[in-house]
Design a protein around this ligand. Structure first.
Ligand SMILES: [Zn+2]
Length: 372
């Protein structure tokens, strides 16, 4: 989930965001609880009581998820890893921990504290349950929260990436083998395995009559499988790119024009999909900014001859850039973080090249051909 949701507040300096899918799932969950779960388990309430407790339970479930995520985040911050935000979405919550933990011990504790927190919450609701034995709706709420936090803890302990249990598993393999790459692959393969198990189990449940739960379990399995799969793919790319630098893959031929040149001349000079995807714009000889196709698209064609390139360039102050000796993998990560497709490559003398995702893909296929 790279897109951010609606920020609702900050805790320990961490922005708490609600993704749009969150509203969907809280609505669905409240409806399921009010319409079927509570009426079956606790007959005799009024419809408005079912709905009230249904909505409160659904929101409290996400408060539990938020506390679980906060536990991860606080431990990560304790190890000096920044956590800009926690996003609550369709499948629960996700803490955006800025970087991978540098050592297995840190990874172990950041991951393990989540399920431990959920177990503590289950125990807490379990303990206070008898206090509400006479007030049935609150009793129902507390019982449900005790159960669901226990299920959350157990589910998250499944030893497959990207679940907490998968990270704990990776930390243990990492410590044992002293090989981060091998540990990541093991946790990824395990995550895909458990994802497939859940998909098959969900489909089987759906086919044998329990359609709602079946589809839900299969969906979570699919989410797990694809997240583990992309982690594995990322690991392959990272291994291939290991030891290679921006200078190895960057494009050295790019169009460079002074700022007064018109958009029409810029296109005529080679800023076309066939030749170059970007142009560097200079002001009194020094690089000032970059023009890409999206900048050109904003200008109506009849205005091309009268619009100077400097008007549609993105100034360097606003651009993410990189250096020739930066590790290629970090440059790729930077593009992902900033949501850009190319980075101008700067050294002390100015722009020496441009690195795009296409350049990296191209370079990768070359590396793969050599490795094969
Ligand atoms: Zn967790």
């Amino acid at each position: 989930m790279s897109r951010h949701g609606i920020p609702i507040g900050r805790i320990y300096g961490i922005s708490i965001d609600l993704d749009f899918s969150w509203f969907l799932i809280v609505g669905l969950l409240a409806w399921m609880l009010a319409d079927s779960y509570f009426p079956t388990e606790f007959p005799g309430w009024t419809p408005s009581q079912y709905w009230l407790i249904g909505v409160v339970t659904a929101v409290m479930l996400f408060v539990s998820v938020l506390i679980h995520e906060l536990a991860h985040s606080v431990v990560a911050q304790h190890y000096g890893i920044p956590v800009p935000r926690i996003t609550l979405f369709l499948f629960g919550g996700v803490s955006q921990i800025a970087s991978e933990p540098p050592a297995p011990g840190e990874e172990f504790w950041i991951a393990f504290v989540g399920p431990v927190t959920s177990i503590a919450l289950a125990a807490f609701f379990w303990e206070i349950e008898p206090l509400f034995a006479n007030g049935q709706p609150v009793y129902a709420l507390v019982t449900y929260l005790a159960l669901i936090n226990l299920i959350l803890a157990l589910f998250n302990l499944i030893p497959g990436f990207p679940l907490d249990g998968g990270r704990v598993f990776r930390a243990i393999v990492w410590r044992a083998t002293r090989n981060y790459h091998r540990a990541t692959v093991a946790a990824g393969v395990s995550g895909r395995f458990f994802g497939f198990v859940m998909i098959f189990y969900g489909v089987w449940r759906a086919l044998t009559g329990d359609i709602g739960d079946g589809i839900w379990i299969a969906l979570i399995g699919w989410f797990l499988e694809s997240a583990a799969g992309s982690q594995l793919q990322q690991e392959t790319v990272k291994t291939l790119l290991d030891g290679h630098r921006v200078i190895d893959a960057m494009e050295r031929n790019f169009v460079q024009v002074p700022g007064y040149v018109s958009v029409q001349d810029l296109v005529d000079q080679g800023l076309t999909p066939a030749k170059s995807r970007f142009a560097i714009v200079t002001a009194s000889g020094a690089p000032a900014g970059m023009v890409t196709f999206s900048g050109i698209r904003e200008v109506p064609r009849q205005d091309w001859p009268s619009t100077p390139a400097s008007q549609i360039m993105i100034p360097f102050q606003e651009l993410a850039t990189t250096q020739p000796d930066t590790v290629l993998w970090s440059a790729l990560e930077k593009m992902g973080r900033d949501g850009v497709n190319q980075l101008p490559v700067l050294d002390a003398n100015g722009v020496v090249g441009v690195l795009s995702r296409e350049d990296i893909v191209h370079y990768l296929s070359g590396l793969r051909a050599i490795a094969a």
